[in-house]
Design a protein around this ligand. Structure first.
Ligand code: SF4
Length: 315
C-alpha cells in the first residue's frame, strides 16, 4: 500500500476544512503502520479515505502498485476493510451476531450452504464462542462487540485491514487482549494493517512503523521503535510524555494551549502555537511562524517535519 500527497477536504470557502493534508506513507506487504494523533488530527479521515469511504480531493492510493480510483469497485472495496471505533454503535442492536456476520458473509459472495460454517470460522478467528451466535449486541461486553465488528471486517477476506480506535473504549485487560488478537491475526492472515489510535503505547505494540498526525499533516514518520525511543518531533515527545506511568501524574498538554481550529490552521509550522521547543529568538523563531517545514514523503528512514529536528539517533 502506498499513499502519496493524499488530501481530503470538506466544505467550501471560509468553512473549508482540510482534514488530510498532503499525506504520504507506505505499508509494505504484511506490515503494520500505526497512525497516532489527538482528536481532530485527521487520522480517522485518512483511514476512511484509504478504505474508499471518503473521496480524496487530491493525491493517490495504490495497492500492489495498482492505482485505486476515487470511486471504488465492489471488489476493491472488499480488498481493504475498516473496523470502526465504537463497535456497539456500528452493530444493529436488533440483529443477533449470526445474522450480522451472515449478512457480511453473504455480501462477500459465500454460497448459502457454506455461510453457517463461515460464520463459525469467523467467530473462532476472533476467539468468540459459537454459543454467542444468537446473542444480540446489547448482551455482549465491549470487548466482545469489538471482536464481532472485527469478524465482520474479516468476512470478505481482505488483503488490508484498517483498525480505527478499536481499543479506545475497552478496559485495560480487554484492550490488551484485543491488541494480542490483532497481532496474532495479522501473522496468521498476512494482511497489511493500519492501526489508528490516540494511544501511542497501543500503537507501538502492534506497529512496525508509526506516523504521527497533527491538523491533517504527518509530523513524524519512522520505525515504531525509533519514533517512541528517540522522537524527532516536539509533538511526538508530548504524546510520549503523556503516557501515564504508574504512580505518576501524566504530563499536561504542551504549554497548556488548546489545539488550533483545524479550519484555520496556524501559518508556518502547524505546531508552532503549542511547541515547547520553538526558538524564541529571531530569526529562527520567526521561521517556525512563517515557513512550513518540508512535508514528509515516504521512503525516508525516520523523518520529522520540523525546522530544528534533533539528529537521528541509533536505537
Ligand atoms: Fe517547533 Fe519550530 Fe519545529 Fe515547528 S518547526 S515543531 S515550531 S521547532
Amino acid at each position: 500500500m502506498t499513499v502519496d500527497d493524499l488530501t481530503v477536504a470538506f466544505g467550501h470557502g471560509r468553512n473549508r476544512l482540510v482534514a488530510v493534508d498532503r499525506v504520504s506513507l507506505g505499508v509494505p506487504h504484511g506490515a503494520a503502520l500505526g497512525v497516532v494523533g489527538e482528536s481532530g488530527s485527521g487520522k480517522s479521515t485518512l483511514g476512511r479515505a484509504i478504505a474508499g469511504l471518503v473521496a480524496p480531493a487530491g493525491g493517490e492510493i495504490r495497492l500492489d502498485g495498482r492505482l485505486l480510483p476515487p470511486r471504488r469497485s465492489r471488489s476493491d472495496l472488499r480488498r481493504i476493510q475498516l473496523a470502526f471505533q465504537n463497535a456497539g454503535g456500528s452493530l444493529s442492536p436488533r440483529m443477533p451476531v449470526a445474522r450480522i456476520l451472515g449478512d457480511a458473509v453473504a455480501a462477500a459472495g459465500v454460497p448459502r450452504e457454506r455461510r453457517r460454517d463461515r460464520v463459525d470460522e469467523l467467530l473462532e478467528a476472533v476467539q468468540l464462542p459459537t454459543t454467542l451466535r444468537d446473542a444480540l449486541p446489547g448482551r455482549l461486553s465491549g470487548g466482545q462487540r469489538q471482536r464481532v465488528a472485527l469478524a465482520r471486517a474479516l468476512a470478505s477476506e481482505p488483503e488490508f485491514l484498517i483498525c480505527d480506535e478499536v481499543t479506545s473504549a475497552l478496559d485495560v485487560s480487554a484492550r490488551g487482549a484485543m491488541l494480542n488478537l490483532l497481532i496474532r491475526l495479522r501473522r496468521q492472515y498476512g494482511w497489511g494493517l493500519i492501526f489508528i489510535s490516540h494511544d501511542i503505547a497501543a500503537v507501538r505494540q502492534v506497529s512496525d512503523d508509526i506516523a504521527v498526525m497533527y491538523l491533517g499533516r504527518t509530523l513524524e514518520l519512522g520505525p515504531g521503535e525509533a519514533v517512541v525511543a528517540a522522537p524527532r518531533h516536539p509533538y511526538t515527545r508530548t504524546l510520549i510524555e503523556a503516557i501515564p506511568v504508574l504512580g505518576e501524574a501524566p504530563a499536561g498538554p504542551p504549554d497548556d494551549v488548546d489545539p488550533p481550529d483545524p479550519r484555520h490552521p496556524p501559518t508556518g509550522c502547524p505546531f508552532h502555537t503549542r511547541c515547547p521547543l520553538r526558538p524564541r529568538a529571531e530569526p529562527a523563531g520567526a521561521r517556525c511562524v512563517t515557513d512550513e517545514p518540508t512535508p514528509i514523503t515516504r521512503g525516508l528512514p525516520h523523518h520529522a517535519a520540523c525546522h530544528f529536528p534533533p539528529p537521528l539517533e541509533r536505537t
